[in-house]
Design a protein around this ligand. Structure first.
Ligand SMILES: [Zn+2]
Length: 299
């Protein structure tokens, strides 16, 4: 298996990098990994990470909860309520910051397609990119959506989309520079790029340290701070116009982190620390477990 070793910061090319934290893959392989950090731009990255051709097997434990679409049990009931709330919230964000009630939207890493289906129901012309065959087929057959594999990303016309979204996707993308270059081209001037990623400067990340579930090693290749994502997107002449917190992620990530710690009463503790994380984020948005960044495409 080929692993990638970084001797400099992938974003700002600084050699001023060092070990940030030792952690491991808690969900699939139990392998140990080390996260490095750049002291100049604060970008963090998984060192010795499996390359694009060997990362696939680390995704095997992912439960595609939305595939089964079961509504049995309290957990699933809550999951569905939260998902519906989140879909509505994402729709509102897209419409508010694009200033449009309809338009053309592309969702990269669209999974089973619930989000673009929601947008389609509200009159948007939608397209999705998804690498996983099963998820892609689910979106096509269940919602009759246009979902493509990633080749298609490089085939859209220039200045085509009003909005492009990446919900918890950028941290998985090896060749993010190619993606951002292409996004820059196919997004209209002053189109909006909306990126949600976990935030390692959050309250819950600092509390859970190596057990913080949103490190999600090794499939999270990159670990963004509010500062580093702004620097990365500025390199492509994207202008940050708004940050928004994702309150449910505080709870979800805290509960999962307790599970990784194998702590007794993990669910209750997770809810408690999730709540603390949320309270701390009310005073400072940079404490949110995950943050949605809304960028304007300057041209
Ligand atoms: Zn850097």
């Amino acid at each position: 298996m080929a692993k990638i070793k970084y001797n400099e910061c992938p974003i700002c090319k600084s050699k001023n990098i060092n070990k940030f934290i030792d952690s491991k893959d808690f969900s699939t392989s139990s392998e140990d990994y080390t996260i490095f950090i750049c002291n100049d731009c604060s970008f963090a990255f998984t060192q010795d990470v499996p390359d694009e051709n060997s990362i696939g097997k680390y995704y095997k434990s992912e439960e595609y909860i939305s595939h089964s679409d079961t509504k049995k049990g309290l957990f699933f009931k809550i999951y569905h309520i939260v998902r519906n709330y989140m879909l509505k919230n994402k729709q509102k964000i897209v419409e508010k910051y694009s200033g449009q009630k309809t338009g053309k939207i592309l969702d990269i890493g669209t999974g089973t397609g619930y989000f673009i289906n929601k947008m389609k129901q509200h009159g948007w012309s939608v397209a999705g990119i998804e690498q996983d065959d099963d998820a892609r087929n689910f979106g096509k057959s269940n919602f009759n959506l246009d979902v493509f594999d990633k080749k298609k990303l490089f085939e859209f016309d220039d200045n085509y989309f009003d909005v492009i979204t990446m919900w918890h996707v950028l941290e998985h993308v090896h060749r993010y520079n190619e993606y951002l270059n292409q996004i820059k081209k196919i997004l209209k001037p002053n189109g909006k790029l909306i990126i949600a990623v976990p935030n390692y400067t959050s309250y819950d990340a600092k509390h859970y340290k190596k057990y913080w579930a949103a490190y999600d090693l090794p499939i999270h290749l990159w670990h963004f701070s509010p500062k580093s994502i702004k620097i990365l997107l500025n390199n492509y002449n994207f202008n940050l116009i708004k940050k928004k917190g994702m309150p449910f992620d505080s709870f979800y990530v805290s509960i999962l982190s307790e599970k990784y710690k194998k702590a007794p009463f993990g669910m209750i503790k997770g809810l408690f620390f999730g709540l603390l994380s949320l309270i701390s984020a009310w005073g400072n948005i940079n404490n949110y477990s995950s943050i949605i960044y809304i960028f304007d495409n300057k041209k």
